[in-house]
Write a protein that binds this ligand. Sequence first.
Ligand code: ASP
Length: 437
Amino acid sequence: MIKVCKFGGSSVANAKQFQKIKNIVNSEDARKIIVASALGKADKNDHKVTDLLYLCLAHKKYGMSYEDILQVIKDKHQNVINELKISFDLDKEIAGIHDLLENKKNSDEIISRGEYLSSKLLALYLDALFVDAKDVICFDYDGNLNIEKTKEKFLPYLENNKKIVVPGFYGSLPNGIIKTMTRGGSDITGSLLANIVDASVYENWTDVSGVYVADPKVIKDPKQVAIITYAELREMSYMGANVLHEESILPVKEKNIPINIRNTNSPDDKGTMIVSTAEDDPNDLAITGVTGKKDFEVISVAKLNSASELGFLSKALNIFDNYGIPIVLMTTGIDSFSLVIDKKELKNNIYELANEIKIKLNAEDVSVYDNLSLICVVGRGMRSRKGMAGKIFSLLGENNINIKTIAQGADEISIIVGIDESDFNKAITLIYEGFIK
Ligand code: ASP
């Protein structure tokens, strides 16, 4: 039984965090594969090493000195080395980064040095085997990860009795050139390795004890979700709950490997289990989470009998396609329909678009409403429990919140309501208190 443990930036922010990691990984033999992010922020005023590396690159690009920034990067690592008494030639590594910057070499390689250094130090401190991601995490030339090739390269290292530390966030192209992933990509490295070794669980160690039922910026000390399905997590993530890199789900989901979100600062907490399927336990909370997202617009189109006019909707959708605007939600009625779109997809062309709809569809009225927020109540239990939608609507209605649009997915794991932006926090609080407390 092998567990893959990924430690995010805050879990490797300083020497104290390295010590916590040592306790965590040494407490179980199964915790054999460790993936590390670059050194992250130890406190609010600190900086992530990856951000600092990007900053060095930007300074170099504009002909400005980056020496001070490189010094901050060096100091951060030097502190870890000193406090943990690791023997490591940091000067040589920093000179290497300097050289890469000066010679305008592959910028991905420069950005990857954060993970490279944190993992080197962690491997030394844990007395583990360091396996460079550039030797095992394989990309094809089109930028896609090649699971088969990665497997072939990585599996032989498992023979080694030691624990293995692999830097997250990067790998290499077939010609050996280093390529980084998108931000937060260490999650993907961990997930990929979990897939390859058929891990019993993919532990993702961070600074919170799991997925929150609601955003802590809205609800003070919200509860944590014990079990959530991948499908529920997708709904929550789309609506703003940021837990994992989106692309990290597929490799583990494919093999039904659960992801366990854990807290490096509170390792006894069980965290959140993300699984393929879960039965609804009547003792569980009625909902898994409530999230929301602001900044949507609604276009409503009215025309008598539009529901029976062949091709009416497709004409409208075509216009959106031509403008390159995806549709988030659609509600239809006998004489009208409404489309919800994300404001950031609009390029100041909403009225032009509304006008085109009016002309091409010969509509009686096209109106635009631009202050919509979507609130999404997520829960696999909603399928079997009755009165859930009713309860949501009454909670909002009784508290003077006007519901502008409603949608329930066909799989019945979420109910989405559109409300005015000014009611956003109030609506989330009412639903949280109504269902969770
Ligand atoms: N260090 C990278 C970032 O800050 C990757 C990661 O931490 O997952 O995005």
